[in-house]
Write a protein that binds this ligand. Sequence first.
Ligand code: ZN
Length: 267
Amino acid sequence: MKIRCQNCYRVLDRNEEYCKSCGEHSEQMKRAMETGNFGGGPLDRFKIGALLFLILAFFGNGIIMITLAVIQKDSNTDLYKYSYGLLISSVVALAAIFIVHYKDLIDFFWNGNKEQFGRCFLLGLLGVIIVSLLSILTNATRVIPNVYTNYLQSGYARFFSGKDSNATFILISLICVVLVEEIVFRRLLIDAIDDQTMLGDVMVVILGGLVSTIADFAWLMSVETIITSLIINFIMTWIYMNSNRSLGLNVLLRVLIIVIQFLIFLV
Ligand SMILES: [Zn+2]
């Protein structure tokens, strides 16, 4: 977080109690030096990420859906609202979160060692198999909302046409959702929990998994994906914590889960 000189509005460096440019004393910098809290720590980063998620993803999606329902009265399908609501909110949220947090994502791909990769990969693969099987078994344990699975298996789903949606929009939306969730609810959230609490690893996995599942539900608003979302979020949080804070494998696994959904329901 920036601290500015109250006289000339220059951005002060760390520990610059007296402005090097105009000599003005900064009360804010003095306090920061006393408390050691210069802002910009993991908790502050998570707060910004969570705020962007709340405004652009959660409220954004709701507002877009209501707007679409009003202006497109003759379109009777929920698919239209859900599809465009999620497409716009996910692309906008991802762009904003990426721009604000790109410095926190430079080392996102892989920071672990080979043994960690082996363990994480096997657990991840197990997760992929479990949620894929669950998604076929019942329509109460889907991986992607029923409004999408119904469309994909309806026989008239196409990649480049369709009045109310198309498979490309759904794919883009879901990949953006995955990226937003991994950035905000893995990197920013888990780093904040780790920094602010003394919780053990198991508690961090449980807490992180629950919070990200609630956020996922608030955004996608589909009861049928809660169970698979819980499984996915627990596993992804575990992988994040056991791979020296890597997001790469999580992103690959989650995209794989979506691709499998398309193979199951579209092909
Ligand atoms: Zn100054």
